[in-house]
Design a binder for this molecule. Structure first.
Ligand SMILES: Cc1cc2nc3c(=O)[nH]c(=O)nc-3n(C[C@H](O)[C@H](O)[C@H](O)COP(=O)(O)O)c2cc1C
Length: 205
């Protein structure tokens, strides 16, 4: 019972079937898969808005919220975006099949900056903040029975031209959004012991 109380319920209703999905956070994290096969069924506007509401609440550097999201439904623009992927990208057909492609962008010079100067040696933190926003988007979509796959391997310059994205904004990643036609397989993960170290990095006294 205490477990139930403590678990964070991130999904309430499956919008399509009206069927309730009670998904706790760990189930959502472990159950989300990259989906590369989609049905053509449309995504309800309510589901899309719920996903954007989740993105709105993602954390960001000093709450700068540098992300900008372009929702592409127009088949012509979608097919132009498909041409930015190489033929070998496994997400190629999913971009064409899904009813929506979401393009995640980040405003440059905002995240990680203080009075116009980079606050750390890392420079612009836009990749970090948009990464969190993307995971928030993917998990929320999953909780609504929708599939996503992060697509990072494409011609970013060409995508920016197609979408008319301005110079001070970076196109970061895209994802198809739609109802899965097939479950994605679960790639193997590293063991915790392979990436968690205690107190200091190994090899240092
Ligand atoms: C930054 C980033 C870029 C990615 N780019 C692509 C891509 O271009 N094409 C693709 O098919 N999958 C891409 N993926 C999906 C990964 O291949 C996938 O997340 C990984 O294999 C783990 O599988 P899972 O998402 O089902 O857990 C990308 C994922 C991330 C986080």
């Amino acid at each position: 019972m205490i477990n139930n109380f403590l678990s964070i319920i991130i999904a309430e209703y499956s919008i399509k079937g009206g069927e309730e999905i009670d998904m706790d956070l760990m189930d959502a994290i472990k159950g989300r898969r990259s989906v590369r096969k989609y049905k053509h069924d449309p995504v309800p506007e309510e589901a899309l808005q719920k996903i954007m509401e989740a993105v709105r609440w993602a954390p960001s550097w000093a709450n700068t919220q540098c992300w900008e999201v372009i929702v592409v439904k127009e088949p012509k623009i979608k097919s132009e975006l498909v041409t930015t992927l190489t033929k070998t990208n496994p997400a190629l057909s999913s971009m064409a099949d899904a009813p929506i492609v979401i393009v995640l962008c980040g405003k440059k010079g905002v995240s990680g900056f203080k009075k116009g100067e980079a606050a750390t040696v890392k420079g612009d933190w836009l990749m970090f903040d948009t990464g969190i926003a993307m995971q928030t988007l993917c998990l929320t979509a999953h909780s609504l029975g929708l599939g996503t796959v992060v697509v990072g391997m494409f011609d970013h310059k060409k995508a920016a031209e197609i979408l008319g994205v301005s110079q001070n904004t970076e196109v970061v990643a895209m994802t198809p959004l739609g109802y899965p036609a097939a479950e994605g397989s679960s790639p193997k993960r590293k063991e915790i012991s392979e990436f968690v170290f205690y107190e200091k990095y190994p090899g240092r006294e």
